[in-house]
Design a protein around this ligand. Sequence first.
Ligand code: NAP
Ligand code: ZN
Length: 363
Amino acid sequence: MSTNQFTSQSRGQYESKAYSAMGPTSLLVPTSISRREPGDNDIKIDILFCGICHSDLHQVRNEWSAMPTVYPCVPGHEIIGRVTNVGSQVTKFKPGDLAAVGCLVDSDGNCPHCQAGLEQFCSQMTLTYNSPDAHLGGVTYGGYSDSIVVKEHFVLRVPSNLDLAAAAPLLCAGITTYSPMRHWGVTKGRKVGVVGLGGLGHMAVKFAHALEAHVVVFTTSLNKKVDAHRLGADEVVVSQNNEDMKRHASTFDFIIDTVSAEHDVNALLQLLRPDGTLTLVGAPDRPHAVSAMALLFNRRNLSGSLIGGIAETQEMLDFCSKHNITADVEVIPIQKVNEAYERLARGDVKYRFTIDMASLKSQ
Ligand code: NAP
Ligand code: ZN
């Protein structure tokens, strides 16, 4: 990184349009941020679309005690755009190509995790926003912006058959649900639960269905039942209905929990068969209360999962290309981002907002 840093700094900076928040209760407002000029291994991307993840909302509102927000905060880690410039050492991309960036923009590249394609576990990994910026100082700025400069290794190829606005959420919601399903062996005939039908949840349903699992959605929103079936669910359970929950006791191979708020994970653990796994991907700040008994019986596993590595993210995009999978999106101009946050906070989105960044360029 040090040579890159030197090269980049010597090549200077430029200004990029963006939306940032100045504090946990501030609205996102237009601003100008510095980006580095691309170094030898960098790619400069003109951002076309950026998805709005619930993590953006958690981070902007400083809801995570483990990851305090540094302001100004420019969120956004579901990025799709077009390459405008490449460094002299770049081999995989050329100007004019489509390109995508997810939650990661750097890592040390040498540790066992990086070598294993698990950059998300590298102790030096740099997140797309709110991570220390080794090039310019301060913190990294995300995709609510008209351009970004990223090291080639962290830039993904976008399959040509995918709608770009609907493909942007694959870069976080997609990989975060695909990765644990691959890790825990979701295959044909497995009984898989998806808890929470939001941005992540609706992607999980699509992946589990494409992997030919028997998919059961657990939702708190009765009005999502029809959609859940349309997205690929075989059964839908309204999780407040105790009788329905009991009917599924000790039958699941795997459950993915995408819920963004506090809820009862013990009721979900009870649904796992012997050696079944509940994987948490949803990230409420407050710790869950976990019943030892719920784990002891049936030797159940409780695990977590964080996005996915770069190679697996490309694998996921190629899987989406083959199965024609994208997110169900509501495309908004960036001027509606604060309204979108309010709606996301109250669960009023089907099933992902994507910002059309042309609205920022013309502002
Ligand atoms: P989202 O679109 O807001 O979806 C969350 C869903 O959770 C809601 O649609 C709702 O589904 C359910 N829910 C919300 N409040 C609930 C409550 N009080 N009790 C029960 N269910 C509730 O959010 P998202 O973008 O999918 O993100 C979900 C979570 O994953 C966030 O915490 C986010 O930070 C986290 N995340 C983690 C990773 C990772 O790497 N692990 C990556 C991205 C995001 P129903 O209406 O169907 O009940
Ligand atoms: Zn995300």
